[in-house]
Design a protein around this ligand. Structure first.
Ligand code: COA
Length: 174
């Protein structure tokens, strides 16, 4: 299938928001999505954006059942490894179910790698995937990714809500 991958613009945030929810439904956690398309616009398209995003677009004649032509996205940002240096973190990779298996996911993933290498000289691309999401784990493995939980035993740790507030409130005063 003919598709184009391009940098997302502010005008894509409604499509991104829709697909963020679709991905959350796919991973069975739709109630966790708190971000609106306005917040995506604010956070991704300001002077110092928190993230970058690529979208996959198909021609009008192949639009989805509901009439969408933006059918996939990859949202990522830059982090830093004190061992290896600049790193790109792939927060989301998603292709609408009716368009999977056409090379769009591979195209998005490769483009993220290309952009990160060219723009920030990244030496690593990292992401998290649910244990049960075998199709996606297989997809990444087939592209050469290593599973760090298997090989190095890493756990993915988070502070949020009251626990984050508690930490911040306990900070030493200046
Ligand atoms: C993972 C995903 C982005 C791949 O996108 P895609 O456009 O189907 O990928 P491609 O067409 O480039 O590659 C398809 C390959 O992935 C495999 N695959 C993984 N999940 C698949 C799915 N749900 N449907 C179809 N193929 C899938 C296929 O077996 C195929 O392998 P092949 O190249 O050996 O034939 C897409 O399946 C998806 O959005 N999945 C649901 C969301 C998700 O799990 N995202 C990753 C979260 S970390």
């Amino acid at each position: 299938m003919n598709f184009k991958i391009r940098a997302a613009t502010k005008e894509d945030c409604k499509d991104m928001s829709r697909m963020i929810m679709e991905l959350a439904v796919y991973v069975k956690m739709p109630d966790q999505v708190k971000i609106s398309h306005e917040e995506l616009q604010r956070d991704g398209f300001c002077q110092n954006p928190f993230f970058e995003c690529l979208v996959a677009e198909i021609p009008e004649e192949h639009k989805s059942k509901e009439g969408f032509t933006v059918v996939g996205y990859a949202l990522y940002f830059y982090t830093y490894s004190t061992w290896k240096g600049s790193t790109v973190y792939l927060e989301d990779l998603y292709v609408m179910s009716e368009f999977r298996g056409n090379g769009i996911g591979t195209g998005l993933l490769s483009k993220v790698a290309e952009v990160a290498k060219k723009k920030k000289q990244c030496v690593q691309l990292q992401l998290s995937v649910f244990d049960w999401n075998t199709p996606s784990r297989d997809f990444y493995a087939a592209k050469g990714a290593q599973d760090l939980t298997d090989t190095e035993g890493w756990h993915f740790i988070r502070f949020d809500g009251q626990n984050l507030d508690n930490l911040a409130n306990e900070a030493p005063k200046d």
